[in-house]
Design a protein around this ligand. Structure first.
Ligand SMILES: [Cu+2]
Length: 274
C-alpha cells in the first residue's frame, strides 16, 4: 500500500513536470513535442525528408545486395567489360536532381518563413555571456540576467542543469522577434521544442522569431556553441504565460529589473561626453 502511494506521488510529480515543461526525457528517441508554427513546420519537413532518405537508403542497400549476389564469382565467372551506358547515366543524374528539387521546395519555403520577422508584436534582445544569458525587453526598458540554478537551489520538479533563476518570460500566442548577440566569445541560443537555434556573436545581431502556443509552459534549451569551461552551465528557460499574467509580470519586473544596463551605459557615456 505504501509502495502504491509512493508510486502515485512519483507518477504525479513526473506527469506534472511533463505537462509544464518541454525538456529532454531519459531515453528519449524522437524530437521534443514541437511548440509554435516554426517547430511544427520543421517537424513536417523532417518527416518528409525521413521518408525520402529511407527509400533512397533501402533502394541503394538492396541494389548493392543484389549486385553482390547476382555477380558473385560463382554465378558470373566471366565478368563483362562494359564501362558506359548512356541511359543509366542519364537516369542516375536526372532522378537525384528531381529528388533535390522536391526537397528544395519545402525547404526554402520554411527558410523564408523563419526569416520573416516583419509582423512581430514585441522584441527581446538576448545576449550570451560567459556563462549566463541576459534578456532585454527593449520597449519596456527591462533587462535582467539569467543564471543556472545550482543543485542546492533546485526545488522539487526542477530539472538539474536546465533550471534558471530568472526565465525569459513571454506571452503566449504572440509573435516575438528575438535579437541574439554576444558579449564575449561565441554562444548559441538553442531551444529545441521551439526549433530555434541562432549564434550569439559579439558585434553582430542575429534575428529569429518565436510564437509559443497557448498555455503556461516552460520551454527549456541550452547554449549549444562550446563557449568555455562553463558552457554546459548556461541553460535557457523560456516561460510562456497568459497575456494577462504577462502584463502583471511587466509591472512587477519594471520595479525589480528597473536598472536597465543599456540605458545606464548610454547615460554614463552622455555624462562623460559633457
Ligand atoms: Cu555559451
Amino acid at each position: 500500500m505504501r509502495f502504491l502511494t509512493f508510486s502515485i506521488i512519483i507518477l504525479g510529480i513526473f506527469t506534472a513536470t511533463v505537462s509544464l515543461s518541454a525538456e529532454p526525457k531519459p531515453w528519449q528517441m524522437w524530437h521534443q513535442e514541437p511548440a509554435g508554427s516554426i517547430a511544427e513546420k520543421a517537424l513536417d519537413l523532417h518527416n518528409l525528408l525521413l521518408v525520402i532518405i529511407t527509400f533512397i537508403s533501402v533502394f541503394v542497400l538492396g541494389l548493392l545486395g543484389y549486385v553482390g549476389w547476382r555477380f558473385r564469382k560463382k554465378a558470373n565467372p566471366k565478368p563483362s567489360k562494359t564501362t558506359h551506358n548512356t541511359i543509366i547515366e542519364i537516369l542516375w543524374t536526372v532522378i537525384p536532381v528531381i529528388i533535390l528539387v522536391v526537397i528544395a521546395f519545402p525547404s526554402f519555403k520554411l527558410l523564408y518563413y523563419m526569416d520573416e520577422t516583419k509582423n512581430a508584436e514585441m522584441v527581446i534582445k538576448v545576449t550570451g555571456n560567459q556563462w549566463y544569458w541576459n534578456y532585454e525587453y527593449i520597449d519596456e526598458e527591462i533587462d535582467f540576467d539569467s543564471y543556472m540554478l545550482s543543485d542546492e537551489e533546485l526545488k522539487p520538479g526542477q530539472p538539474r542543469l536546465l533550471s534558471v533563476d530568472n526565465p525569459l518570460i513571454v506571452p503566449e500566442e504572440t509573435k516575438i522577434k528575438i535579437l541574439v548577440t554576444g558579449n564575449d566569445v561565441m554562444h548559441s541560443f538553442f531551444v529545441p521544442s521551439l526549433a530555434v537555434q541562432t549564434y550569439a556573436i559579439a558585434g553582430r545581431i542575429n534575428e529569429v522569431w518565436i510564437d509559443v502556443p497557448k498555455g503556461e509552459k516552460i520551454y527549456r534549451g541550452q547554449c549549444n556553441q562550446i563557449c568555455g569551461i562553463n558552457h554546459s552551465f548556461m541553460p535557457i528557460a523560456v516561460k510562456a504565460i497568459s497575456k494577462k499574467d504577462y502584463q502583471a509580470w511587466l509591472i512587477e519586473a519594471k520595479s525589480k529589473f528597473a536598472t536597465s544596463k543599456s540605458l545606464q551605459t548610454i547615460k554614463i557615456a552622455a555624462t562623460n561626453l559633457r
